[in-house]
Design a protein. Sequence first.
Length: 261
Amino acid sequence: MDSYSWIIEFFRIYFFSGYTLFNTIVYSLILVLIMFGLIKLFKRLEKDPKELIFYVVPFIFIGSSVRAFVDHGILPYNWLLITPGIYLVVGGMTISSLLVGTYFERKVKIDYRRLMFLIGIVLLIPILTFINKINTVSTLRIIAIWIVLTIVFFLMGKTFYLYRDKHNLAVISAHLFDGSSTFISVDFYGFSEQHVIPNFIYNETLTAVTIFPLKIVVISLALYLVEKYVDDEIVKGLLKLTIFILGLAPGLRNLITLGLC
């Protein structure tokens, strides 16, 4: 084994062969470091990250689609096309579009968020051409459950401020979408959970329906703590944006993976 082969083998075993407790911790630490860099970037740009929640969806769709295509053999297995590589690639694309958007906003007074969204759509279109079929039944099941649960939390927002805020509602809705896709995939189509803690819970309860109370409690608590104890608006906004992405990205991947079956 040459001087570099052991490094490649190490990453293959511990980072590119599924989720483990070890690489989950490492990914979390990397995410924290990236967030510190993003806080500085947003402060310099004088932009609130939470305002991007609806505008980064095309980029999330790109990353989730590519990952699903690799699962189905539509795209080749490549470290840049699977986790965590695909997140770094799409993250770079998103930040680049943010910088382009803010540049043109200052030059021609165009809303940087709309330009970001447009760039994302343009990049997404060729990706969508790889979709040659869709499992209508599974897709409709996921979307139906997600819509119903989102409506419930929208109505709860009339009583609870936490869900009245549109950005908080978007965050909880993203995780309800992930929960819906996980529940349908695991309980009805025999898929398995890749993440360590949820997989343990599903094995103990023999059903993935437990994803819903787990998601609701954890995400609601996270949002409450952010609202109550984080005073810096950029930090608060970035936390919300990050939690939103961590819900929508796997949810879309599940939807597309199942839809292509």
